[in-house]
Design a protein around this ligand. Sequence first.
Ligand SMILES: Cc1cc2nc3c(=O)[nH]c(=O)nc-3n(C[C@H](O)[C@H](O)[C@H](O)COP(=O)(O)OP(=O)(O)OC[C@H]3O[C@@H](n4cnc5c(N)ncnc54)[C@H](O)[C@@H]3O)c2cc1C
Length: 829
Amino acid sequence: MIWWFIALLPPLAIALAYGRAPLFAWAGAGFAWLAAAGWAGGWGLMAVAAVLAVYAGVMAIFLLQPVRRGLVTAPIFRAFRAALPSMSQTERDALEAGTVWWEGELFRGAPAWSKLLAYPWPKLTAEERAFLDNETSELCRLTNDWQDNLRQDLSPEVWQYIKDKGFLGMIIPKEYGGKGFSAYAHSQVVTKLSTRASAPAITVMVPNSLGPAELLLHYGTPEQKSHYLPRLAKGQEIPAFALTSPWAGSDAASIPDAGVVCKGQWQGREVLGMRVSFDKRYITLAPVCTVFGLAFRLYDPDGLLGTEPDLGITCALVPAAHPGVDTGRRHSPLSGIWMNGPVRGTDVFMPLDFIIGGPKMAGQGWRMLMESLAAGRSISLPGSNTGMQKMTARAVGAYARVRYQFKTAIGRFEGVEEALTRIGANTYLSDAARVMTAGAIDLGEKPSVVSAIVKYHVTERARQTVNDGMDVIGGKGICLGPQNMLGRAYQQIPVGITVEGANILTRSLILFGQGAIRCHPYVLDEMHAAQANVLGAFDKAFWGHIGYTVSNAARALVMGITGSHFVGVPANVAPETRRYYQQLTRFSAAFAFLADISMGTMGGALKRKEKLSARLGDILSLMYLASAVLRRYEAEGRQAADAPLMHWAIWDCMFKAQNAFEGVIANFPNKLFATLLRRIVVFPLGRPYVVPSDQLGHEVAKLLIEPSATRDRLTSDVYLPTDLEEPAGALEAALAATLAAEPVEAKVRRAQKEGRFDPGLLVGGGVDAVWQRALEAGVITADEFAVLRRRGELRDKVIRVDDFPYDFGLRAALAQIEPQAAAAVKAVA
Ligand SMILES: Cc1cc2nc3c(=O)[nH]c(=O)nc-3n(C[C@H](O)[C@H](O)[C@H](O)COP(=O)(O)OP(=O)(O)OC[C@H]3O[C@@H](n4cnc5c(N)ncnc54)[C@H](O)[C@@H]3O)c2cc1C
């Protein structure tokens, strides 16, 4: 009988842990179990009473808060404080900036799916839709990337259009003359522009991100707002934001640029101000800016502002024409023709009023930057890099159907299909993550971890997509010129990887590092309590933390053993996605436990173990991306035809997340923990996911190579010129012509195969001579021949590449575009 009771113990403990039972429930259950086991084992009344008394005494230590604090928590608290790595104010500002959103649910092991499904899916207002369809399309039409490349600038007409139509003031409220657009509308505009070229997109992106309307809106004084915001909105000011220095890139908080509070002359009178020296590089729009945000460290050695000599990082708004400021020189960012360059100045005197928010905000710059970063990082690069992917999916899919080798459309070869599959699914996923995250900003969130997730993963997926696209189109992508629809995107891809938090750093340090502290329900409280030396608060957080960890272990184990089949899922999800919700819940619980064990066993050392931190960040990110795909699928009305994209994207996320789990466990420093983690908690019955199947990949690839509503949804709002001299325009027409011609071509081939028609020697007449012979032999009608001829003409437009005179036509082109520039080139020659 006693053995039955002993066997009952693990399930009882697991049930309590699974249900996140409070400590008194554990104590009560333990009490009841001991009493019952004693009775069943025939221990005798006295023995049972003695055991229960000892048990009650031990439990009392844990249940009575003052006793627990003194006897148990206090020594742990001391050890925790000693082990807690020291943190600078800038690190603290970075960690604590922004809000926690859906990623918090995924982090904590029990995501409330109903919350995800209840988030409104963003929509454009009629005004925003009209701006996207009219002004944004027109800006795309006016942009000619190849000519801009020769000119090394957008045309004056395009610059004027950007300013006049309010592209630089999309996030500025209407009361200041801006568009007052939602974050989603802003993202849509950037996405669409990026389907055309990088230059207009980047030119528009920066002023609507940090530079510096966002900072002014949140922190500017009323005078700064009323002076600058209307001017920025109308394009009377071109802004930039200068943080990066040659010595401080990723570690931006260590900028050596410095200002000293002092008195000086300003507009004919002596005022209190700052003498600032700065050397900044890589600053987007700097060569043409009229005003720029400047980040520097402000010192007050003479105590003119107060008692603090080192005030910290400060953000000022400096007119480019201010005496001593040096702008105008350019970098060449991988031949991107958008403006980027250095900003310099030595001992430049500026009044304190230049500080964004006025003198009271001196030293608050880092916090301001960190708090404002999330919005821009959620929009700019996710938007631009999704745009590149949409364009790739649309154009490369069409090319793969139009381009034949071995008498077959190359998109039908399994090898090419693999690349097309990734292009399709990555585009679907990136767009889902982009839209969902822009929606979070519109809900008032400043999701610092999510913005890093979506920036990192969308730019990495875009790199994969564009690389895949380049492989599919072969030499067509290599030869630059107006007929190349992808080569310039390929050149620009590393920009997104590097800026707004370089990707290696983002993956290695931020995704999990910041995620763990921000999303964890107890760690930040523990840290605050330790820093403030408050034992009571630590006690509460610490014991909550223990219960949470034990519960996640139990949940992961039970869901692992049962294949998570019984996990509750909201009734209103599409039946074909039910299992994904269940398995994501399981992964979430396993991740929460793994994250805790990693932090618990490695502590501060985890910060240096970047490879482990990166993989933990991968798991969190991939769960977020999979959630976005599920949300998109529901928001778009569970389109059955789109299901292959959804399934492939989710299998890919789950398989990669599973590998990331394995990567953490296999490299876990403590091998005993590693074995326990793998065998008991994370993969008790082995790993559930394999790569998405070839058949599923085939279904995805097929969606890219023929027109359909799915293809239109996947590539919605891509700019499609109607001009057949433009590659994107020619591709659309060629795809339609190819589809029309395929049955006729098949008819000719069948006739040849069956011996009904012998074209003879096809000397001369080009690749399509066989069609002429088929017409002459009566195998096809004149109408059918016309269909074939149109396909041939459009195919030839699509596959052609540019060739140039020896000097690439530079002199002639410049003479056409800008006679003065051509004269200068000629003079040099
Ligand atoms: C085209 C372009 C436009 C830009 N626009 C602006 C702008 O408008 N305003 C502005 O202020 N700045 C701008 N930047 C600067 C940009 O934000 C920085 O380039 C970026 O922060 C990286 O700094 P870095 O290039 O000096 O690289 P580094 O900091 O030298 O980093 C080099 C590599 O080391 C990695 N790394 C660094 N530290 C770690 C770590 N602890 N763990 C793991 N990996 C690490 C990075 O991920 C990167 O891969 C721009 C840059 C470019 C290239």
